[in-house]
Design a protein around this ligand. Sequence first.
Ligand SMILES: C[S@@+](CC[C@H](N)C(=O)[O-])C[C@H]1O[C@@H](n2cnc3c(N)ncnc32)[C@H](O)[C@@H]1O
Length: 330
Amino acid sequence: MKSQVLFSSLKLGIFSLLETSGAPMTAGGISEAIGTDTDATRRLLDACAGQGLLEKVNVDKETGDGEYQLSAGSRAFLMSSSPTNMTGFVSLLADHYTSPWQDLTQAVKEGPAFSTRHGLEQDKSFEDVYSNEIDFTGAMAGVPAVFGAKTASAFDLSEFRSICDVGGCTGPLAYRLAAAYPEASVSVFDLPFVVKLAEDKRPAGDHAERVSFIPGDFFGDDPLPAADLYVLCRILHDWTDDKALKILTKIHQSLPPGGGVLIADTLLEDDKTGPEVSHKYDLHMMLVAGSRERSGQELKRMLNTAGFTEVAIKNNSYPFGHVLARKQCV
Ligand SMILES: C[S@@+](CC[C@H](N)C(=O)[O-])C[C@H]1O[C@@H](n2cnc3c(N)ncnc32)[C@H](O)[C@@H]1O
């Protein structure tokens, strides 16, 4: 219910209207501007105020009528002009990520047969994602824009001089890494179609000039760009264990001795009792990709199989846990 209040308000243009207006508006003013029923709009706006998405001000105690303005949270995350704008991600959730949940019962009954029947688990599943009309790269950008600084500082990465963000999309995390580590050069390796979009999204600033983009397919023969640290943010959870292992093995082969891989994902606790955000993603990944979230210990085992020795796990920063593993020095 909470999500639907957010999704409908976003779709109806309530947040962008209040952003443009810059001043509190009544339910009547809002419903007139967006062409909706006034009573129903007032009830939705009140629900938004109850959830902290809006603030209700100048309230008449007799009638309960008042005016609505953006809350601090919606100013940060739902304004198009905010650097931490998450509306693309919220729209993706609203338009494409809610309907698969209707299949949860069936997916649990069928297990892997569900994935096979729906053609999940394919190397080329991102071709389908990008052939849709959705702005997937725009939607992805919001999360690292908000949480990327936590990933950059989860471990001290200052010893690494060349960092490659594998599957780094149009670079939001790479720019955070470049800002946090001024001595490092940073590259992004992603599918050719995505790399083509990246140049238009390059932010201003000296740090952004140190980020380069290299097209390629991590399941194909394309070599990874040379680096002494590879980063995998929300990559391994897209893939089944055998494919995730392929990616880690390719990274291990590309690294010099002593080099590292940093994984950021919505990690499950080792006893799998939480956190809630990771359970949501775990089931979601089962439904849309036939893949899964993993615990730190599961990733450690996979990293060991790929050849990594030293593995450090930190699973304490919402929404991501972080794992740093190293290739043995000779
Ligand atoms: C879930 S998104 C994560 C993006 C980014 N790391 C983040 O956290 O915002 C997965 C990324 O992997 C990229 N990707 C998928 N398959 C790939 C492949 N075979 N080779 C290279 N990149 C790939 C996608 O284009 C996309 O940018």
